[in-house]
Design a binder for this molecule. Structure first.
Ligand code: ADP
Ligand code: MG
Length: 244
């Protein structure tokens, strides 16, 4: 079996005594998309934040490419440089152009020369349909374009894994499609992704693996066909009936 890009075992996370993730196991194979679904408060964002070491777990362990990143000796900054994350909103620095936003981390964190960073950024923006927006400031872009630019910015450092936390949740419905198109393109380029989403039809189409969370527990996981088409748990059925 190929080594998973991300592996979580018995991950437990509490906030002030309340358990937010309970015994979470997850394997994310290379070049696959894992969709986290579940009601608000079920632990999707916390799971993503733990994977990125933005939150410290209470118990269990997490590996990135076979390296245990929850080991106390791990350099968390170095791990975060290998994992991109995009949130629901407010992703871009408003005082920087799109190009400057995209080249910031490659230049500052990875030490890539400005010219090279800009060439790579323009190429990536072009590929993801934002070539014409490179020199604009974020407030001149639609919400959908801003989220696409945020994805480009996360990709600019060539992460091993991309985490997307409800990146369409703050968008007007007519702008959702273009952002999902970019996620599809990024998947087709072979990026490994874990995304939390309320877009069930998108999860069904793009995901290789779907995990249904309830109360911080992965109640059910499997292919989209299995989880959406024939859920084993009554609670998954209930959630899906409510949402679709
Ligand atoms: P989801 O993304 O599925 O909506 P979250 O991971 O954001 O769920 O939240 C899971 C639970 O953890 C919720 O009950 C939430 O209130 C709680 N929680 C999340 N972050 C914090 C925090 N920083 N401090 C305390 N409680 C938190
Ligand atoms: Mg969330």
């Amino acid at each position: 079996m190929t080594e998973p890009v991300l592996r979580m075992r018995s991950v437990r996370k509490t906030f002030g005594g309340s358990v937010v993730l309970r015994d979470v196991d997850l394997d994310v194979a290379p070049h696959t998309v894992t969709a986290l679904i579940g009601a608000s408060g079920s632990g999707k964002s916390t799971l993503l934040r733990c994977a990125n070491l933005l939150e410290e777990i209470d118990d269990g362990a997490i590996w990135l490419d076979g390296e245990e990143i929850t080991d106390p000796r791990t350099d968390a900054d170095a791990v975060r440089r290998r994992i991109g994350i995009v949130f629901q909103a407010y992703n871009l620095f408003p005082h920087l152009t799109v190009l400057e936003n995209v080249t910031l981390a490659p230049r500052r964190v990875h030490g890539i020369a400005r010219k090279t960073a800009e060439e790579q950024a323009r190429e990536l923006l072009e590929r993801l349909g934002l070539g014409a927006k490179a020199d604009e400031y974020p407030d001149r872009l639609s919400g959908g374009q801003q989220q696409r630019a945020a994805i480009v910015r996360a990709l600019a450092v060539r992460p091993r894994l991309l985490l997307l936390d409800e990146i369409t949740a703050a968008l007007d419905p007519e702008l959702v499609g273009e952002v999902l198109d970019v996620v599809r393109d990024v998947k087709n380029e072979g990026m490994t992704m874990v995304l939390a989403t309320h877009e069930m039809s998108f999860a069904r189409e793009v995901a290789d693996q779907v995990c249904f969370l309830e109360g911080g527990v992965v109640l059910e996981h499997g292919t989209p066909e299995a989880v959406f088409g024939d859920p084993r748990q009554e609670r998954t059925r209930r959630f899906l009936r409510r949402i679709v």
